[in-house]
Design a protein around this ligand. Structure first.
Ligand SMILES: C[S@@+](CC[C@H](N)C(=O)[O-])C[C@H]1O[C@@H](n2cnc3c(N)ncnc32)[C@H](O)[C@@H]1O
Length: 282
């Protein structure tokens, strides 16, 4: 069994490696598919002009860009991400925007010089820590005492057909593979509300609220590439990466077949569900 640190380092290596590259290649498409979540999360975060915001796991900077507009010229946004490839995209996107800055670092260990942020924000960037209590406690140190938290994380994979349907289809082809434990870091590690509450409370946050947000993952306009796009951004991408080409091809066909009932507008639309989590640093 791997230790929390080994699991964490594997996540860091994956994001500052192959998974970061996959996300970098599909950044615009992922942002379009996740636009509904962003808008709902921006409403929860309610960022005001002049505030300082930390965008954890900022990826290619799509949310950082909106946050920079929200804080305006008197505010400040720091986009933090472990992936060199994604930070490069984010930097290019916000080139010349004075109030945004990007740092390539591990959110679980980065040391900010003082409590400086009004808002800790993240769209799907906080589920990859081997020791989530320690990571959130570390981020908590960077928050002003009256600061607040707003992030989006996936609910359980069983509540997310956009992941469970392709995965189930691929499993009819791919040889058995080790499944992550329910508390192992990964996209669905924060599906259990009670667990996330416990983690955040132990890390120093309070007044926690969980809002369920259901939406549709839109992979339309992609034609035959829709199955590849759906598989690429979820955990299936990692599983298929190590398979021989013939297995990959048969798995992709199985996924495409399973997605037929969801085909619309030259692509697919699939149900998805997230938690919008908010709270206070005090
Ligand atoms: C699912 S992606 C989301 C990216 C972006 N927030 C978005 O919504 O497009 C998760 C992001 O978290 C980053 N990440 C994972 N572990 C991290 C860590 N320990 N510290 C900082 N960033 C991390 C990844 O590199 C990746 O960009």
């Amino acid at each position: 069994m791997s230790t929390a640190d080994e699991l964490h380092q594997a996540q860091v290596a994956n994001w500052d490696g192959p998974m970061g590259e996959v996300w970098a290649a599909s950044e615009a498409r992922s942002d379009k598919a996740l636009r509904g979540v962003s808008n709902a999360l921006f409403r929860v975060a309610d960022v005001e002009s002049g505030e300082a915001v930390l965008d954890v796991g900022c990826g290619g900077g799509a949310t950082t860009e909106q946050l920079a507009m929200d804080v305006g010229s008197t505010g400040r946004v720091v986009g933090l991400d472990v992936s060199k490839a994604l930070i490069a995209i984010a930097q290019k996107r916000l080139d010349g925007t004075g109030q945004a800055e990007f740092i390539q670092a591990d959110a679980s260990t980065i040391a900010f010089p003082k409590p400086m942020f009004d808002v800790l924000f993240s769209r799907f960037g906080v589920m990859f820590f081997g020791d989530p209590v320690a990571a959130f406690a570390n981020l908590h140190k960077a928050m002003k005492p009256e600061g607040r938290l707003a992030f989006a994380c996936w609910r359980a994979s069983s509540e997310n057909p956009w992941v469970s349907i392709p995965l189930r289809a691929a499993m009819t082809v791919v040889p058995p593979f080790p499944r992550p434990g329910p508390e192992d870091p990964g996209p669905f590690a924060f599906g259990d509300q009670a667990r996330v509450s416990r983690i955040l409370t132990e890390a120093g946050f309070s007044g926690l609220k969980f809002k369920q947000f259901d939406f549709t993952m839109d992979f339309t306009g992609l034609g035959l590439d829709a199955a590849r796009a759906v598989s690429g951004v979820g955990p299936l991408g990692r599983i298929l990466r190590d398979q021989p080409d013939d297995v990959k091809a048969r798995a992709m066909q199985a996924v495409a077949d399973a997605l037929v009932p969801f085909t619309i507008d030259d692509g697919v639309k699939l149900p998805a569900s997230v938690w919008l989590v908010s709270g206070s640093a005090s």
